[in-house]
Design a binder for this molecule. Sequence first.
Ligand SMILES: *Cc1c(COP(=O)(O)O)cnc(C)c1O
Length: 367
Amino acid sequence: MKIPLFSLEGQYRQIRPGISKRIRRIFESHRFILGENVRKLEAAVAKKVGARYAIGVASGSDALYLSLVALGIGKGDEVITTPFTFFATAGAIARTGAKPVFADIDPETFNINPTKIRKRITRKTKAILPVHLFGLPCEMDEITQIAKKHKLFVVEDAAQSFGAEYRGRQTGSMGAAGCFSFYPTKNLGGAGDGGMVVTSLKKVASKLRTLRDHGQTKKYHHEFSGINSRLDEIQAAVLLEKLPYIDRWNRQRRAHAAAYNRGLKGLPLQLPAQPKGLDHVYHLYSILTKKRDPLLKALVSGGIGAGVYYPLPLHLQPCMRALGYRRGDFPHSESASEQIVALPMFPELKLQAVRKVVSAAKIFFSA
Ligand SMILES: *Cc1c(COP(=O)(O)O)cnc(C)c1O
């Protein structure tokens, strides 16, 4: 039995009839851009997340970029974020002309450490961009407090955490803007690229609506220079079909994580942190081991999918060289990138498959 790291097969089987019907309706309406599906999805996501407004965009990367632009962030500004994340987080900051400033992670949660944020604040700092990595919410009370004290915006990168909760509040709803990605492998994924910003600030919402559509305030009247970053109707239709399942799918992910935790307990591994009051959705189930590369090899050769997110922290990426960081600057991010490995995780994963992964790990560590 091969066990993939990720699979959409079982999910598609659940939703196939609904998806087909919705897509046929779009073709029959000939309306592919900014129609009723996008409007309905925006309303449904805003309601689910607990924000006043939601604005569909072309990707999670654009959600981040456009949020920063809508908040007036650009050249000469600094935005504090984590070096242990997908490239798009810092890429979006750089694209506005602002400077990404990194602060190291907490070695247990892999999320940005609020204490380290404090040390990186300068007169140029305009925003904090926390990432709810792998589906685990950041320490938002502390981050919000720091932001208030220094008059900074918080923009949440919730690309991996749709439906996750921090002390009863949904990730994405706690900052000035929250950014989601609907990339197909995300825990709420479309059938292509897509993203969404949620915000409760009316001005920011209306600026985002304009920015995603070339800065048009009315047809062919461009108030400022925006870009083409619209969510298309087919993506919105697929996401509307999937949205009612997301809490169930997240629960299934949590059950698999609990089974992994029980099975792997006692092995020389660091298991995912589960801080009290924080509701992890396990977009990824990642563990740490000093024997990462040999374990990865053993799993893969045994037909078990495993992956490394992320092998090189952002401060060491060639394109970030101009920022002047060196190896050793963020020791927790660096050691996580050397020791981390993600195990198979998707809602339809079978308990039998989890058991097989656990027993492969046990055999590896007993050798
Ligand atoms: C996927 C992802 C993004 C970017 O989303 P896209 O839709 O792929 O552009 C940004 N941040 C994080 C943490 C992500 O995982």
